[in-house]
Design a protein around this ligand. Structure first.
Ligand code: MN
Length: 400
């Protein structure tokens, strides 16, 4: 199978670092979205892709592991690294990986990055998000439209780096020339609607330009998260791709490595003038009026658990500050350090705000956070004691 590839990753407009990673190395294509304090997220997504690449592309002897086994090994490698470095404790990553062969592609998937297949103008999602919100959609308790904008949509139910055992979704798909596949992180799908993604995918023939346009669209919509898009076009076998075969450095051959990985500062600055006009000056009157009405109608009735001064707090209002107007206020502070709690996959979204139906529910979320942290502390204390005992070993008998 011949492919033409485009890929782009970008830090977005809010985050400090880029925790997304991607790999583009025929026949393996993958996207990983890392999470965790300090450098954790970056390290987790890179380790996962390194392991996957090593096992899939350079199998030793004739015992090449299946793609799913390679993902399981990647999971163990992330866990092991986290256990040896306290600074990386609690890191994790999503992983959506694709291997081509014959007329088919094999997909392995954990987390909320996504794969889409576009054929004859129609776009279908090939993966299922492993998130709390997606579970509610499957149970019929949320509509897909509600899920798309739900503030808890990034809370994962599965990720690499959480547990030694991991469930990996594995699917195979027949593909044919003319098909286009998209692998992307939730920094794209969280900011840009599926209709808009489909429109961009249909409009731009060149996969590299399509990948860049998708990333730009997410940034234009706010760029709240790191954004990654890998676009794969299936070619006729005798068709020649415009790009040479993909480089080993896991970046698209067409773009120089630096450009593919860096955050593209200059174009962003150039776009600022236009943004100001479009997003601030023109709608400002409309928005202020709408906000006043909205605040009266529903903002004051919303609750969420968020972060104030690096500590978890309960807020009334909604976790957004359009045009710098505060729509929320702290009603209760806690001693829970935001950095600690956001290492847990369940509370990864705390900085964006975890919504609650009522003050009672917000309080119970906080109580659960306290319980989880206390458990973790106890585990660490037990571990330390064990290590001390082992260290003490033979010399321990002489205690006064
Ligand atoms: Mn993300």
């Amino acid at each position: 199978m011949k492919l033409q590839v485009g890929a782009r990753t970008d830090v977005g407009r809010v985050r400090q670092g880029n925790e997304d990673s991607y790999m583009v190395h025929d026949p393996l294509y993958a996207v990983a979205d890392g999470m965790g304090g300090h450098q954790g997220g970056e390290v987790a997504s890179k380790i996962a892709l390194e392991t996957l690449g090593r096992l899939t592309l350079e199998p030793s002897g004739d015992t090449a592991p299946s793609l799913v086994d390679a993902v399981r090994q990647a999971n163990r490698d992330v866990l092991e690294k986290a256990a040896t470095d306290p600074g990386l404790h609690g890191m994790g990553t999503t992983l959506t990986a694709l291997v081509t062969g014959g007329e088919r592609v094999l997909l392995a998937h954990v987390g909320d990055s996504r794969a889409y297949l576009m054929r004859d103008g129609r776009m279908d999602q090939l993966t299922e998000d492993h998130t709390v919100v997606e579970g509610l959609v499957r149970e019929g308790r949320l509509t897909p439209q509600e899920a798309e904008i739900h503030p808890q949509r990034s809370i994962l139910t599965r990720a690499l780096g959480v547990d030694g055992d991991i469930d990996v979704d594995e699917t195979t798909h027949d593909v044919r020339p003319g098909d286009r596949i998209l692998l992307c992180s939730d920094g794209l799908t969280g900011m840009v609607s599926e209709q808009e993604i489909q429109r961009i995918m249909a409009e731009l023939d060149d996969p590299q330009r399509a990948a860049e346009a998708l990333v730009n669209a997410a940034n234009d919509a706010g760029g709240q998260d790191n954004i990654t898009a890998v676009v794969l076009d299936v070619l006729e076998d005798d068709e020649t791709a415009d790009t040479s075969p993909v480089a080993a450095e896991a970046v698209p051959a067409e773009a120089p490595a630096e450009e593919a990985w860096s955050a593209e500062e200059p174009p962003r600055r150039r776009r600022w003038g236009l943004r100001l006009a479009l997003w601030v000056l023109i709608p400002v009157v409309l928005v202020v009026g709408a906000l006043a009405a909205a605040k009266l109608l529903f903002v004051d009735r919303q609750w969420y658990v968020g972060v104030e001064g690096e500590r978890v707090a309960i807020f009334r209002g909604i976790p957004a500050e359009p045009l710098g107007i505060e729509l929320d206020s702290v009603v209760q502070e806690t001693d829970i350090p935001a950095a600690e709690i956001s290492r847990f996959a369940d509370y990864r979204g705390v900085r964006e705000g975890i919504t609650a139906e009522s003050r009672e529910e917000a309080e119970s979320i906080v109580a659960e956070m306290e319980r989880v942290l206390a458990e973790q502390e106890a585990r660490e204390r037990r571990q330390e004691q064990r290590e001390e005992q082992q260290d003490g070993g033979g010399g321990g008998g002489g205690n006064p």
